[in-house]
Design a protein around this ligand. Structure first.
Ligand SMILES: *[C@@H]1O[C@H](CO)[C@@H](O)[C@H](O)[C@H]1NC(C)=O
Ligand SMILES: *[C@@H]1O[C@H](CO)[C@@H](O)[C@H](O)[C@H]1NC(C)=O
Ligand SMILES: *[C@@H]1O[C@H](CO)[C@@H](O)[C@H](O)[C@H]1NC(C)=O
Ligand SMILES: *[C@@H]1O[C@H](CO)[C@@H](O)[C@H](O)[C@H]1NC(C)=O
Ligand SMILES: *[C@@H]1O[C@H](CO)[C@@H](O)[C@H](O)[C@H]1NC(C)=O
Ligand SMILES: *[C@@H]1O[C@H](CO)[C@@H](O)[C@H](O)[C@H]1NC(C)=O
Length: 605
């Protein structure tokens, strides 16, 4: 249902009155996605990060020494860990890293470092999707367009309906593996046949595929023609390794380059990666565990889904490229890449391209809010890896292990729960230190105030509570503007929706413009104008004895209310921080709809 409304305070326009219920209590449960305060900067020497990494180092050393129950065989498991930040000086050098070469790992490198090579398993899928996105192929074209073998009418899988996008985002509904690459009996353990499959005569398993590319490809595609669908295309995520084989066949068909050439042309050459290759890697640089392992394997046509070798330094460059929005030619492409494309049966897990997205509210217990982790895990025999992008903090984590598969979950959890709260605290502290909070006033005689209109005084107070920055007061010539805004809300949006605004929270929205402004001493200063928006904390106004009351209040729909109200062509929820272009510190604040000019920060609380 659509309503149209005109108010005495400006044009409200047309408001979509869907089932719009909002949280009835004060939390950040319904904040805009993205950073709560600006991303932390220059964290490497920050005492809070130093304390956190020292703590984590202590935990790791305790686990390796046996003082803390590690949960994995420490003598056989080597690992490399890095914290990557959007603003780190050297892209290849994480702001913090930790390496451990296990005494049992006697083959391979003797000098573990960020350049040591590991098998990274399915992190290869992220790289293959990146190649696809860079290749310029039309993502909504059918895979059968590129691989006519799949256009066969007799296929069980609806190949013609499956697009490159479906494959890249794991919703093609096709099998994970080519049947003949499946688990082989020796990997199942000695007794499994006796236990479960004794009387089943296996006639379809063929020998390992992919001896030479052309015949292997043909054999592979023949397998695809005979495979069962696992789900309908576009319906749900179904993890598939062969999806990436098919995608790279498509890119190969279009470009004439094979996978290692594509890797070089689109990834390692432009990004300057030195250790990322199609397996096998370099034995002398390798971290090789003394357990059953796949080091040195030739993954053949399965390489795009899981056959890459890489290092912490290379994945640091890659993750930094995502965090700094530079890995594609446009920052829009990077933002798009970090979006979920399907959901799972859990509230916490979404799927992207090919991100395994984990949404958790447990990482920052002192400032509870949902943190999105765009991650990809990887595994090969003897190797496990995790790569994670926490874009809200401009931070990434890479964890590479060689040895027991038991090591990765506890290491990853320890890293996240130790480092992320520190990044969160640093971001909040820097918001204060950089001058986002305080009293902003119109300091006469400011060139921005119009003398001819008489002096109009402004003061604006921004504070930070446990959750976010809050606009505590706006006074214009003695009038409480914030009270007026609440009033406007109640007669406009409040007239449609049973909600009452309480706190005016403000959030950064990643829109910045450079400018030159006149400052009180008469000179011109280079500044950056940074847009923020007010998002009112809203409470449901009514109450009812009907069953189910409040259920829909958990549906976060506040995002539908941004930018609705204008006054004199300016949105009344927009406020602009003015930063010194060089230091990035706040020098002032503008409330464009009030024509406030640049209010100067005069007092920090
Ligand atoms: C670790 O490796 C040693 C040999 O270096 C082996 O004896 C031991 O069983 C291994 N432990 C585990 C838990 O795999
Ligand atoms: C790709 O082609 C090059 C020769 O152009 C060859 O050296 C390389 O082994 C090929 N890579 C794969 C994965 O087939
Ligand atoms: C080291 O490599 C050699 C040769 O591949 C192999 O025979 C041996 O088992 C390996 N030892 C360990 C501890 O990994
Ligand atoms: C000064 O006031 C006049 C009339 O009220 C208005 O048109 C003009 O925009 C004002 N100038 C500034 C800089 O606010
Ligand atoms: C603002 O307040 C001052 C002092 O009370 C008054 O002189 C001035 O006219 C006011 N300006 C406006 C635009 O109301
Ligand atoms: C803001 O200005 C008003 C007068 O216009 C004054 O009464 C009030 O104390 C000021 N607020 C702050 C926080 O300075």
């Amino acid at each position: 249902m659509w309503f149209s409304s005109q108010t005495p305070h400006g044009s409200l326009g047309v408001l979509l009155l869907s089932l719009l219920f909002l949280p009835s209590h004060a939390t950040l449960e319904c904040r805009p996605p993205g950073p709560v305060v600006p991303k932390p900067r220059y964290v490497n020497s920050h005492p809070k990060l130093v304390a956190a990494t020292r703590k984590l180092t202590g935990v790791l050393e305790g686990a390796l020494a046996g003082d803390i129950h590690a949960g994995w065989p420490v003598e056989n498991t080597s690992f490399s860990i890095g914290l990557i930040m959007h603003d780190q000086g050297d892209k290849a050098v994480p702001v913090w890293e930790y390496h451990h070469l296990a005494p049992g790992n006697i083959n391979g490198t003797r000098h573990i470092s960020r350049d040591s090579q590991y098998l990274v398993g399915s992190i290869s899928k992220v790289v293959s999707d990146y190649i696809l996105l860079r290749s310029g192929l039309g993502l909504d074209e059918s895979i059968a367009t590129f691989l006519p073998e799949l256009a066969d009418e007799g296929t069980l899988i609806a190949w013609k309906s499956i697009t490159l996008r479906h494959l890249a985002t794991q919703v093609a509904g096709i099998p994970p593996n080519c049947e003949s690459d499946g688990l082989e009996q020796k990997e199942w353990g000695a007794n499994i046949e006796e236990m479960a499959f004794q009387s089943i005569i296996i006639s379809r398993i063929t020998s390992s595929p992919l001896a030479s590319l052309t015949s292997a490809t043909t054999q592979f595609l023949k397998g695809m023609v005979e495979s069962y669908p696992v789900a309908q295309p576009g319906e749900r995520p179904v993890y598939s390794n062969i999806a990436f084989t098919l995608l790279m066949y498509a890119v190969e068909a279009r470009t004439g380059k094979n996978y290692s050439e594509l890797l070089e042309a689109y990834v390692t050459e432009p990004l300057g990666l030195r250790n990322t290759v199609v397996s096998p890697g370099d034995d002398d640089k390798a971290v090789i565990p003394p357990v059953d392992n796949s080091w040195g394997s030739n993954y053949g046509d399965n390489a795009p889904g899981g056959g890459l070798v890489s290092s912490l330094s290379d994945l640091s460059i890659f993750v930094h490229g995502i965090l700094s929005r530079t890995i594609f030619d446009s920052d829009t492409a990077v933002r798009e890449w970090l979006k979920p494309t399907s959901s799972t049966g859990s509230l916490h897990s979404l799927v992207g391209t090919p991100w395994e997205i984990y949404r958790t509210g447990e990482l920052t217990p002192d400032h509870p809010h949902v943190v999105d982790i765009y991650a990809k895990g990887g595994a090969a025999y003897g190797y496990q890896a995790q790569m994670a992008v926490l874009d809200e903090y401009g931070a990434g984590i890479v964890l590479l292990t060689a040895g027991s598969a038991l090591a990765t979950p506890p290491l990853y959890d320890a890293i996240l729960t130790t480092l992320v709260p520190a990044l969160d605290e640093i971001a909040r502290e820097q918001a204060m230190d950089r001058g986002y909070t305080g009293l902003f006033v119109d300091c006469p005689p400011s060139p921005s105030s119009n003398e001819a209109n008489g002096s109009i005084s402004f003061n604006v107070t921004v504070v930070q509570d446990q959750d976010s920055l809050v606009l505590l007061g706006i006074e214009r010539n003695g009038t409480d503007i914030l009270a007026s805004l609440r009033e406007i809300w109640s007669v406009t949006i409040g007239g449609f929706l049973a909600v009452t605004p309480s706190k005016a929270r403000i959030f950064p929205i990643d829109i910045r413009n450079e400018d030159l402004i006149s400052v009180p001493d008469g000179t011109r200063q280079k500044v950056v104008r940074e847009d923020w928006r007010v998002e009112w904390e809203l409470a449901l106004s009514g109450d009812t004895d009907l069953p189910g009351a409040g259920l829909s209040a958990k549906n976060c729909l506040a995002w539908t209310l941004t930018d609705w109200m204008y006054y004199g062509s300016e949105p009344i929820d927009r406020i602009v921080f003015v930063l010194d272009a060089e230091s990035g510190d706040v020098i002032g604040l503008e409330i464009p709809y009030l024509r406030s000019g640049v209010l100067q920060l005069v007092k920090t609380p």
